[in-house]
Design a protein. Structure first.
Ligand code: ATR
Length: 272
C-alpha cells in the first residue's frame, strides 16, 4: 500500500488530504495520504525517516519548502529554478524534489482559459515564494514582459535578477502606470486572504482584455477578483491551481494520473 503525506506548520487548514483522498477513492486505489504537522527543527529527521516508515513521498508546504530543497539529492527543473520543493518522492532510494506550483498555475489557466498564453505581458503582485513559481511559469510560457511589484521592493528586485531578461521590478505605488499594457494580472500576495488585509487594487486603468487571476482561494472571490469583474475583466480564481498542482505528486506515488473534475472542485468548495 502506497503511503503519502503533506507536512507544514500549521497544517490543519490543508485541503490536500481531501483532494488525494477523493482521487484514491475515485480510482479504487489502496493507499493513504495524511497531514502531519512538523516544526522546522524536526523537519530533517522527519524526511530522513520517510523510507523507513514506508512513505512513497509527499507534499511539503510553508515553512519547509526551502529546507526540502536543501535535503533532496535530485531536483526537477522547476524546483531547481524556483529554489523550493513542494513534492518529494524516491527514485532508486534517492530523495527527489519537485515543484508543481508553476505546473498548477499554467495547467489551471490552460483548462479554464485556453489560449491565455497568447498574452505576453504580465503584472505580478508580490515577490514571495508563490511569486517565484508564477514568474518561472510565465517565463516558461514565453512571457517577455513581466513586471513585478512588491511592498518591499528589494524582494522584487532579487526576483527580477534571478529570472533575468524581460523581468522588471517596481514599487507598489507604480501599479496604476504598470497596469497599462499588462495583459495578465496575477496576485501572489496574501492580500485579500481571509483574515488578512483586503488591499484590492484599483483596476480601472487596466486594459479591457486583461485577464485577472489570484492565487488566494479563501475566499474564492477575492477583493481583487470582485473589482476585476466590476471593471468587466475576465477572471480566474485560485482554487484550480491548488487542484492541478496536486496531480503530478499523486501520479508519482500512486501510479495513476488523476483528473481535476468539477466534482472535486465542488467537494473542496463544500469544505470552505
Ligand atoms: P508566499 O511564499 O506564500 O508567497 P511570502 O514569502 O510570505 O509568502 O510572501 C508574501 C507576499 O505577500 C509578499 O510579496 C509580501 O510582501 P513583502 O515582501 O513586502 O512582505 C506580500 N504581502 C503580505 N502582506 C502585504 C500587505 N499588507 N501589503 C502588500 N503586500 C503584502
Amino acid at each position: 500500500m502506497a503511503r503519502a503525506f503533506v507536512t507544514g506548520l500549521p497544517i490543519h487548514h490543508s485541503r490536500s488530504p481531501l483532494i488525494h483522498g477523493y482521487w484514491l477513492k475515485k480510482y479504487g486505489l489502496v493507499g493513504s495520504y495524511q497531514a502531519i504537522e512538523i516544526a522546522p527543527e524536526g523537519f530533517a529527521d522527519f524526511v530522513h525517516s520517510l523510507q523507513g516508515n514506508g512513505y512513497a513521498g509527499g507534499n511539503v508546504t510553508i515553512p519547509h519548502k526551502e529546507s526540502a530543497f536543501a535535503l533532496c539529492t535530485r531536483h526537477d527543473e522547476a524546483a531547481e529554478d524556483i529554489g523550493a520543493v513542494n513534492t518529494l518522492w524516491f527514485e532508486e532510494g534517492v530523495l527527489c524534489g519537485g515543484n508543481t506550483d508553476a505546473y498548477g498555475f499554467v495547467a489551471n489557466l490552460d483548462a479554464v482559459s485556453p489560449g491565455w498564453d497568447r498574452r505576453k505581458s504580465a503584472l505580478v503582485l508580490g515577490a514571495g515564494g508563490a511569486s517565484r513559481a508564477v514568474v518561472y511559469a510565465l517565463k516558461q510560457r514565453g512571457f517577455d514582459d513581466v513586471r513585478i511589484v512588491n511592498r518591499t521592493v528589494d524582494r522584487a528586485r532579487e526576483l527580477a535578477d534571478r529570472f533575468g531578461t524581460g523581468i522588471s521590478s517596481h514599487e507598489w505605488r507604480a501599479i496604476p502606470e504598470l497596469l497599462k499594457g499588462a495583459e495578465l494580472i496575477v496576485n501572489t500576495t496574501s492580500l485579500g486572504m481571509e483574515g488578512k488585509e483586503d488591499g484590492a487594487v484599483d483596476l480601472s486603468l487596466a486594459d479591457r482584455d486583461a485577464l485577472v487571476t489570484d492565487i488566494v482561494y479563501v475566499p474564492l472571490q477575492t477583493p481583487l477578483l470582485k473589482t476585476a469583474r466590476v471593471c468587466g475583466l475576465e477572471t480566474v480564481d485560485g482554487l484550480g491551481m491548488l487542484l492541478h498542482q496536486a496531480v503530478p505528486g499523486f501520479e508519482r506515488w500512486f501510479g495513476v494520473r488523476p483528473d481535476v473534475t468539477p466534482e472535486l472542485r465542488t467537494l473542496i468548495l463544500a469544505d470552505m
